[in-house]
Design a protein around this ligand. Structure first.
Ligand SMILES: [Zn+2]
Length: 188
């Protein structure tokens, strides 16, 4: 867990980078859903599944394999009538896979807990990136509304919201400039 706000924000920013089209609400709803979905494995802790178990927190549901499974499922079943294997279907499948995978990537730059089982179910090894600027987010809202929560949000603001948000604005600006150049009437 980085905080759910940050996972959701990253998802929306990726969406804005992914396309300049006006997308239907379900596209955004699924983007946010995919970005937080892996954390349903944190309920396993309450059910007695150990953190280090392959179905435990940051285990299989945080893997790249699961991300691809989710991405292709969402593109196939949740985006309306899309021609299977069309370019648009494939682009959306890869996009939703990437959004889901972004969750594990953000978790792997936090400073606490166990690492992320990126290659589950093929390997259950847990990984962190060597550089981990984010404070780990406490599980549960009560503990989040505390001093700790404030510090978590600050590191996430500096290391995720600022860079990802800048990238998003750059992509949007670039598209606007390109549209304006294309719209300029030819003279002479
Ligand atoms: Zn997580």
């Amino acid at each position: 867990v980085a905080s759910i706000f940050t996972h959701g924000f990253a998802a929306c920013a990726f969406g804005k980078i992914f396309t300049g089209e006006k997308m239907p609400p379900r596209f955004w709803a699924w983007s946010v859903a995919c970005s937080v979905l892996p954390d349903i494995d944190s309920f396993g802790l309450a059910m007695g599944i150990e953190y280090g178990h392959w179905l435990g927190h940051r285990g299989f549901l945080h893997s790249l394999f699961f991300a691809a499974f989710v991405g292709f499922s969402v593109a196939t079943f949740a985006m309306g009538k899309l021609q299977r294997w069309s370019g648009r279907w494939l682009a959306l499948a890869i996009y939703f896979s990437a959004v889901t995978a972004s969750h594990g990537v953000l978790d792997a730059v936090t400073d606490g807990g166990l690492g992320v089982a990126f290659f589950s179910p093929f390997s259950h090894e847990r990984y962190f990136f060597p550089w981990r600027p984010l404070l780990v987010s406490p599980i549960g809202i009560v503990r989040f509304v505390s001093d700790w929560g404030g510090r978590v949000l600050w590191t996430e603001f500096v290391w995720v919201w600022l860079p990802v948000g800048s990238l998003m604005l750059a992509a949007m600006g670039f598209r606007r400039i390109r549209a304006r150049l294309n719209a300029r009437p030819e003279k002479e």
